[in-house]
Design a protein around this ligand. Structure first.
Ligand SMILES: Nc1ncnc2c1ncn2[C@@H]1O[C@H](COP(=O)(O)OP(=O)(O)OP(=O)(O)O)[C@@H](O)[C@H]1O
Length: 280
């Protein structure tokens, strides 16, 4: 199969896709031993700490919960509201720990799938975690069949899926060995091949897909073009501004768990480059 030909089993698209998030916040409680010294520092500083925007920021706001004997929390997302609709290719940018991956996971329904202020319309596929959904003891081929069954494909469609992923991943005899024997790059080949084999309405993608050797990256970009062309919505997070420039028509710039700027790619990139001094 040529790498630029459309994936074999196209999903049925009946509804217009959209992502709606209204005033959404998410904190992670910290139970690690180091939380005790953090707690002392927070009590001194007035219960919350976030590096000022003009400093090199890392992570979300570290706070002490309001309960009497408060626990230390990291506020990964803080009052996020956004609407994404069909046709939008959205990139998430921001410093390490700004909340980009957490926001992607919220959209994927991984955190708080029943949150009343998060509405996702459309069938979602994720490229978030290389190992997501893989059974370590099963072979690559068996994992492909399992995904096919899970998605309700017919035996013929599963056969097509297997051929397609096999041709793309180029794992040769390793396709018939258990996934636990794979290197990280081999896992990326299989995971990426599988996740892009069926065109979803909404594709959520973390930057790990850029892992792998140069030859793989080139073929991955080609395949991704075919898939993204068929999706309603793409949301991708990356630190490589050139990737975002290539793929996105809208950028959301995150800072300390909040949306700092949201707009057309060229406008947000210009502001981001000016603020961070990057000339990439
Ligand atoms: N499972 C977790 N438990 C505790 N804190 C977490 C967890 N996941 C994320 N965080 C915290 O939430 C904040 C946002 O993390 P997130 O991974 O969303 O950032 P990011 O913008 O994707 O960062 P990067 O660019 O470094 O990948 C960080 O301060 C991180 O420490």
């Amino acid at each position: 199969m040529s790498m630029s030909s459309p994936p074999p089993a196209q999903a049925e698209h009946n509804i217009r896709s959209s992502i709606d998030i209204e005033s959404f916040s998410l904190s992670f409680p910290i139970f690690h031993g180091g939380a005790r010294s953090l707690k002392k520092m927070l009590l001194k500083r007035g219960r919350s700490f976030l590096a000022p925007a003009d400093k090199n920021r890392t992570g979300g706001e570290v706070t002490l919960s309001k309960a009497e004997n408060g626990i230390v929390e990291v506020q990964a997302l803080n009052d996020i509201s956004l609407h994404i609709e069909t046709g939008e290719r959205v990139g998430l940018i921001g410093h390490n720990g700004a909340g980009k991956s957490t926001l992607l996971r919220v959209m994927a329904g991984i955190y708080m799938p029943d949150a009343p202020n998060v509405h996702i319309q459309g069938q979602v596929a994720t490229l978030l975690d290389v190992n997501a959904g893989m059974s370590e003891e099963l072979t690559g081929r068996e994992n492909i069949a399992l995904v096919g069954l899970h998605k309700g494909l017919t035996p013929h469609q599963i056969e097509q899926l297997e051929k397609d992923v096999e041709a793309f991943a180029q794992l040769e005899e390793f396709l018939d060995l258990p996934v636990r024997l794979y290197s990280s790059g081999m896992r990326v080949r299989l995971g990426f091949g599988l996740a892009t084999a069926i065109t979803p309405q909404i594709l959520l993608m973390d930057e790990w897909f850029m892992a792998g050797d140069a030859h793989f990256q080139e073929r991955a970009a080609e395949r991704l073009h075919a898939v993204v062309g068929g999706t309603d919505i793409l949301v991708i997070t990356s630190h490589a501004l050139s990737i975002l420039e290539t793929w996105c028509n809208r950028l959301i710039w995150m800072e300390g768990g909040r949306v700092h700027m949201d707009g057309p790619t060229d406008e947000v990139l210009a502001a981001y480059r000016a603020a961070t001094g990057t000339d990439e």
